[in-house]
Design a binder for this molecule. Structure first.
Ligand SMILES: *Cc1c(COP(=O)(O)O)cnc(C)c1O
Length: 346
């Protein structure tokens, strides 16, 4: 039997139809602005996010890095949730590349509130770092794929504006939020000076992220892309996957969300697990593991041997993520494997 992979939506693979679109893509020298497929992708994403221009980049991490490089000078401070990707998974990029500090905020499910921003803004003084940027992650990855409600985003944005701060959205899974909430990606993105979506998560592409903003922002971002070696050549081959995904893979995110809830429901009966079904907004499921005697690592290793790859986020928490390679039948099979695996540890 094939392995069922609930480890991450990053491990989804391109479909035959996507590969076909890639093989047939028109290409040119991207770096010189001559690749029509990259241009088509950027225009599509700019329109989707309600911004004037967009920039194709090799990864979401580079989208965050370049946005921060454009917005911040050394000694500036970024306000972000303590669980955010820019703090935990980008190799210290904001400090290493932009010389920026990050002020971590707390809050349920990876989200903070307008008052937290007001409380974190530094008074203007030569003693303090300069508060510069507020970063919101939609959906909040370590918040369990939680969706920031539009009202909360607008309140946070207003607090940031009042303090003269710039706003950046890490929209790695913004399309999941849009599909699940019936609020458009452009509405969520509206208050932000820069915003990006990842192509290689739920959208199922092999590579890439697209960063959007106004003309001046994209002009500055292009120079960083060039400097960092992110300017490419016949990149239409990979941009074609993005165009294809935006045409065919957005609506189907709904299935991932239903499958995440189904998986949670099917495994929640197990006495070793604690799950809050109301906390499953999108395609990420956190499963808290009760027995402390055997760590989650050991359980995940056994599950893998039994045909299921699942994440052990820490000693007491598993993470399961649904995506395009996992249909309802696989989710049902995965739940059975996981329950059986857990039984062996009680
Ligand atoms: C995956 C992810 C990133 C980084 O994207 P890559 O394409 O993997 O570089 C940034 N932010 C969040 C919230 C993510 O989940």
């Amino acid at each position: 039997m094939n392995m069922i992979n609930l480890y991450s939506d990053t491990q989804s693979t391109p479909t035959p139809a996507m590969r076909q679109a890639m093989a047939q893509a028109q290409v040119g020298d991207e770096q010189a602005g001559l690749d029509p497929t990259v241009d088509a992708l950027c225009e599509k994403v700019a329109a989707l996010l309600g911004k004037s221009r967009a920039l194709f980049l090799p990864s979401g991490t580079m989208c965050n890095a370049i946005a921060i490089l454009v917005h911040c000078r050394p000694g500036d401070e970024i306000i972000a949730h303590e669980t955010s990707h820019i703090i935990n998974y980008e190799g210290g990029g904001p400090a290493a590349l932009a010389g920026a500090l990050i002020r971590p905020l707390t809050g349920e499910r990876g989200q903070f509130a307008a008052d937290d921003v007001r409380g974190a803004v530094r008074p203007k003084s030569r003693y303090h770092p300069t508060s510069r940027l507020v970063c919101v992650e939609q959906t909040a990855n370590l918040g369990g794929g939680s969706i920031w409600p539009l009202a909360r985003i607008e309140e946070v944005a207003q607090a940031a504006r009042e303090a003269g701060l710039i706003l950046h959205m890490d929209g790695a899974r913004l399309m999941n939020a849009a599909v699940a909430s019936e609020v458009s990606a452009a509405e969520f993105a509206k208050p932000f000076d820069s915003v990006w979506i990842d192509l290689s998560k739920g959208l199922g592409c092999p590579i890439g992220g697209v960063l959007a903003g106004d003309d001046a922002f994209i002009e500055a971002a292009w120079q960083w892309k060039q400097r960092l070696g992110g300017a490419m050549r016949q990149a239409g081959i990979i941009a074609a996957a993005g165009v294809y995904a935006l045409d065919h893979h957005v609506g189907r995110l709904r299935e991932d969300h239903a499958n995440a809830r189904l998986f949670a429901e099917l495994v929640s009966v197990h006495p070793s697990l604690e799950i809050a079904p109301d906390d499953i907004d999108t395609n990420i499921v956190f499963l808290d593991y009760r027995p402390a005697k055997s760590g989650t690592e050991a359980v995940a290793a056994r599950a893998l041997a039994n045909g299921l790859r699942i994440g052990a986020t820490n000693a007491s928490r598993f993470r399961a993520v649904t995506h395009i390679d996992v249909g309802e039948a696989e989710v049902r099979a995965a739940a059975e494997i996981f329950r059986d695996t857990l039984d062996a540890f009680v």
